[in-house]
Design a protein around this ligand. Structure first.
Ligand code: NAD
Length: 356
């Protein structure tokens, strides 16, 4: 198969970790007889420096015209004081919107080899954590109207959180379909005791659940979810929620694994085009030192093969290779344990590629 991939290395450790994912993708292409062509586009701070904007119109067109997009990370202290309209993260919101990426899939997996890294007690994490958060990505308060105005002599800020039935239904469908492919359990997270958007959310999810009788469906309030993720995370299979709740809960969930550098994510559209990226940021504190963990990006590339290219065997091969490398006790600095072998970012990429 021939596939065109737009690569957005971005800032900080972005270029280092993306290079390792490409190394692994090239090995997959060689082994399975595919051809992956890469188009590189600047995004975030590096684009602001070159072009004055976090992504150019041409760059955006390249993303739209490709089969899939692989992203490193954007941002860093250098651009913290840019005006809001041209901040590095603006480019991410713009790409999500332009590509219609409304569903964000974030698996949270505690690899048994890294169980010690979890901040939770062994009796809580049990046989490992394996849950997936489906977050709505293009609606809600992050995209609603906002304003700051003077009222009665003081500043008042307002952010509106709109959700339509059709927006809820399409993310709900992704969540039910995902649950069908996993453990067939879905918890829908809302704040229906307070918010109108949540009441509509719950009503729409209930209607959908009638179409998926095999999925064991439940509602859970967002504040309770935040507690349950710490108290009993193994109870969850798939969680679905709106944009801001998902933003916060997925970061909380990723911390349960104790290794932010290991976590991949996928942002999907209604077609096969998707954007794949590790959940962490640009880690400016370790940028350029060749010590970043590339596994989150490598596992994101595996998700790209699975969800955008329908290459399940190839995706399995990457995930198996990552498992083998961990079994053989290779670790980057962030996940280093006593008795293990410490490797650099590029060495980790080599080790995974060799095992494809
Ligand atoms: P961060 O995720 O970049 O870093 C948090 C900590 O985790 C740091 O100590 C970092 O060294 C470490 N870390 C992160 N990824 C790692 C990896 N692969 N290997 C080893 N260690 C790793 O979060 P931050 O420090 O809050 O943000 C830094 C910059 O990244 C900010 O400008 C922020 O806006 C941006 N950011 C971008 C994205 C994105 O591009 N999607 C997401 C979050 C933050």
């Amino acid at each position: 198969m021939n596939k065109n991939i737009t690569v957005l290395p971005g800032d900080g450790i972005g270029p280092e970790i993306v290079a390792e994912a490409i190394k692994v993708l090239d090995k997959v292409a060689e082994k399975y007889g595919h051809k992956f062509e890469y188009t590189y586009v600047d995004i975030g701070g590096c684009s602001i420096d070159k072009f004055g904007v976090p992504i150019t119109d041409e760059g955006m067109e390249k993303c739209k015209n490709s089969d899939s997009v692989l992203l490193g990370a954007v941002g860093g202290p250098k651009w913290d004081n840019c005006p809001p309209a041209i901040r590095p993260e603006k480019a991410l919101l713009a790409v999500r919107k332009e590509l219609g990426l409304f569903a964000n899939l974030r698996p949270t997996k505690l690899f048994p080899q890294l169980a010690d890294a979890s901040p939770l007690k062994q009796e809580i994490v049990g046989n490992g954590i394996d849950l997936l958060i489906v977050r709505e990505l293009t609606g809600g308060v992050y995209f609603g109207q906002r304003k700051t105005e003077e009222v009665n002599g003081e500043l008042v800020a307002t952010d509106i959180m709109p959700y339509s039935e059709s927006e809820i239904e399409r993310i709900g469908r992704v969540a039910f379909e995902t649950a069908m492919k996993r453990g067939k359990r879905l918890a829908s997270v809302d704040k229906a005791n307070v918010l109108d958007t949540s009441r509509l959310w719950r009503k729409t999810m209930h209607k959908l659940s009638g179409e998926y009788p095999e999925v064991e469906y439940s509602d859970i309030l967002v504040d309770n979810t935040a507690m349950q993720l710490i108290k009993n995370p193994t109870q969850f299979d798939v969680l679905v929620t709106e944009n801001m709740f998902g933003d916060i809960l997925s970061d909380e969930a990723s911390m349960l694994t104790g290794s932010i550098g290991m976590m991949p994510s996928a942002s999907l559209s209604s077609g096969t085009l998707g954007m794949y990226e590790p959940i962490h940021g640009s880690a400016p504190d370790i940028a350029g030192m060749n010590i970043a963990n590339p596994l989150g990006t490598i596992l994101s590339a595996a998700m790209m093969l699975r969800y955008s290219f329908d290459m399940a065997a190839e995706a399995d091969a990457i995930e198996r290779a990552v498992n083998e490398v961990l079994d053989e006790s290779y670790r980057t600095g962030d996940i280093m344990q006593e008795g293990c072998k410490k490797v650099l970012c590029n060495e980790m990429g080599d080790l995974v590629a060799e095992r494809i």
